[in-house]
Design a protein around this ligand. Structure first.
Ligand SMILES: *Cc1c(COP(=O)(O)O)cnc(C)c1O
Length: 393
């Protein structure tokens, strides 16, 4: 069977007492045992039975197994948010005296995690242009614990050559860790691209219409003992495992992910093309447009679809604020890949707490609006954008 079919029909770990067709939500903190020896076996990992929901829960395991069917991964671990998946991953591979080679182009909180939080514990952030392979090569040394990147950076939409970065990682025996939130794993084969550990904000495409926060670590088994360390050390000591109700909602989201993604990415491409006809927009950035500088590389790595995020540039910050204020259909909200289309001014919101100098170095411009394209009819979206631009004059 194909992956999508397997994902839909993933069976429960244990038969349900009532033959429920959907995975029941096991809202329990703890689990009872028949005797002391079985209890000891469960706690020491000699048998695969849940003992406490900080570490394992059948509803969450079911969600993880569905993602495993779709990715063919060695193991999948679900967290309370994308940031929890990212922070757990980096805390597992890093240590005082180690360094992380990464880029200035990334999600604001990941940037702050690496540059502020981890820096306090003696982990060095080595920032470079990951599209310049020679520059990356120079920065990696014996103390580098990983190369970390976003496959499509949010919101700059930069794409690096994953094969070339993976080759550097192989030579140094370190993992290539990638945040793949921008294009879901139903459409990209991360393992074939050389990614060792994939992290995802499942809040976005997977949750199924912005129902809940969640994050995933997807371990392709190429980095010895990684997921075992996450389960045996990080989940126990840090405690950010996904909750059963969220796993239930995201399981339902996962079942329609492929269908939603196809419509949203095709809407985004259609809209990106049409937005170029509006004179108030100085630039439309979308990887699906043939003249985007990363178009060919993105196509080679991620296939024909380019996701549902695009950015437009207007004259200045005032024009951006007025555009956002004039929107009637598209919602003024953060988040990505909701069923509804969303608009935000990243410089003053997600990147607002950063200094102007930091924003400049990250190429976060005052002129940029980020749009997440939903499931609406493209005609209506185009009309809303056109009217919101028109009334600003
Ligand atoms: C939203 C996002 C995150 C953080 O995920 P949360 O679920 O909000 O914690 C991380 N990386 C990228 C690329 C994102 O878009």
């Amino acid at each position: 069977m194909k992956k999508q079919t397997l994902a839909i029909h993933t069976t429960f770990q244990s038969p349900d007492a009532y033959s429920a067709l959907s995975m029941p939500v096991y809202h329990t903190a703890a689990y009872e045992f028949d005797d002391a020896a079985v209890m000891a076996d469960a706690f020491c990992g000699r048998i695969d039975a849940p003992d406490y929901s900080r570490v394992m829960n059948p509803t969450v395991t079911y969600f993880e197994n569905k993602v495993r069917s779709l990715t063919g991964a060695h193991d999948v671990i679900a967290f309370t948010s994308g940031m929890a998946a990212i922070s757990n991953t980096l805390l597992a591979v890093a240590a005082a005296g180690k360094n992380i080679v990464t880029s200035r182009h990334m999600f604001g909180n990941t940037y702050l995690l690496i540059n502020n939080t981890l820096a306090r514990f003696g982990v060095e952030a080595r920032l470079c242009d990951l599209t310049d392979i020679a520059a990356v090569e120079k920065l990696v040394d014996d103390d580098t614990c990983c190369i970390y990147l976003e496959t499509i950076t949010n919101p700059q939409m930069e794409v690096a050559d994953l094969g070339a970065l993976s080759a550097i990682c192989r030579r140094h025996g370190i993992p290539l860790i990638a945040d793949t939130t921008m294009i879901p794993f139903t459409h990209v084969d991360s393992r074939a691209l050389g990614i060792d550990i994939e992290v995802v904000s499942s809040t976005k495409y997977i949750s199924g219409g912005a129902t809940s926060l969640g994050g995933l670590i997807i371990d392709y088994g190429t980095c010895q003992g990684f997921s075992e360390q996450i389960r045996k050390e990080m989940l126990l000591n840090l405690g950010a495992y996904m909750t059963p109700h969220v796993a239930y909602m995201q399981t339902i989201g996962l079942e329609t992910l492929d269908a939603r993604y196809r419509i949203q990415s095709s809407n985004a491409l259609d809209l990106a093309r049409r937005l170029r006809s509006l004179p108030a927009i100085s630039k439309v950035t979308y990887l699906g447009l043939e003249d985007n500088p990363y178009h060919d590389l993105a196509r080679r790595q991620f296939g024909p679809t380019a996701g549902a995020m695009l950015t437009i540039d207007l004259a200045d910050k005032d024009a951006c604020y007025s555009f956002i204020n004039n929107l009637k259909l598209i919602r003024r909200a953060t988040n990505l890949f909701d069923n509804k289309s969303l608009a935000i001014h990243p410089a003053s919101t997600i990147f607002g707490p950063l200094t102007q100098q930091e924003r400049d170095s990250m190429d976060i411009l005052d002129t940029t609006i980020r749009l997440s394209i939903g499931l609406e009819d493209v005609d209506d979206l185009f009309k809303d954008i056109a009217q919101a631009l028109g009334s600003e004059k």
